[in-house]
Design a protein around this ligand. Sequence first.
Ligand SMILES: *Cc1c(COP(=O)(O)O)cnc(C)c1O
Length: 391
Amino acid sequence: MISKSKPVSDHLVQSGRPAGNDGRHVNLPIELGSTIVFDTLAAFEAARDARYETGTMYYGRYGNEATFQLEHALAELDSAAGVTLTSSGVAAISLTLMTFARPGSHLLVIDNAYANTRAFCEKVLKAMDVEVEYFDPMIGSGLADLLRDTTCAVMLEAPGSGTFEVPDIPTIAAAARAANVPSILDNTWTTPLFCKPLELGVDVSVASGSKFLSGHSDCMMGVIASTAEHHKAIRQTVMAVGDKTGGQEVFLMLRGLRTLKIRMEAIDAAGREMAAWMAEQPQVKRVLHPAFDSCPGHQHWARDFSGSAGLFGVVFHPCSDDQIRAFVDALHHFGIGVSWGGFESLVLPVKPLRVATPWTEEGQLVRFNIGLEDTESLKADIAAALPLLTS
Ligand SMILES: *Cc1c(COP(=O)(O)O)cnc(C)c1O
């Protein structure tokens, strides 16, 4: 855990690289390698026996110095006992779920989960005879009523993908913990900089490193941060499946971490400025941004988060799909594409996938990712396209 005497800015600059300045580069080199060699069989055997421990140099698939430095830095940031890195955010989610799910068990999943979390449940876990039940993101203490003897885990996300409801994390996590069921939270949206799930009672905090943590749309990685109780089991699953991160990605993540705070602060401010401006446009019905009280669960965000990301939803008054397509195509400063959390603005229409709580809101939902461009340019771009929604 980062000590109170060490500001997070110092941590982001200093962690994840060797201490001291002994005639070397500021950054660790891109570390590539498969075989690691030893002088004695005894040293090799000691490394083999400790291969699941962060910091043990044994074989490339288990990590190297740069990987371990990054894991330490992220564990501190997330108040975690340990971190295991994966090849993508999706791998972090699926390998965590795989650690807990067993044939015949029951898994609770929040109904606004990321589409690929749902895909893993539907395509893989169900085929392995795991019963998957989706629940209302606003369930709060009602989650206790859904827990069974066979429940293997509770999967949360805050805020939810596409629709941005913010669940009552501590209440849900406490209900799960009281029944000895591990809770997992997808914390990709603001990263552990602005929300610390483990301090809210969650057992495992997962995130896509491809978004804000690396921050430049040039890296794919996943992060699994957990309490001591679950760290080893998760790490063994990741190693047993054979997932691994690449040396170049580890380098890019360590570099992204250095500027995480200033990027997030700038993007948070720009995102709120854009959301407030959007809310005033006549074509807009409401904005789904956790920092605004038009977003369900805003009070949970205000209590549990210290900032927000630049990704939010806008519900436009009812119009046709063709009008939305024309509006999106007319934007010049917003790329059309999946993922987010880089330096560039993006836009994408969203059709929420729901099971437990159907999405009945009238109107068209569009997701905006605000990057680091000039906000006046972004407003002018949107203002020029908005009339397409009413013509
Ligand atoms: C993008 C995303 C992921 C998946 O991350 P990848 O690194 O793209 O695999 C997981 N959860 C959320 C909420 C995401 O937005």
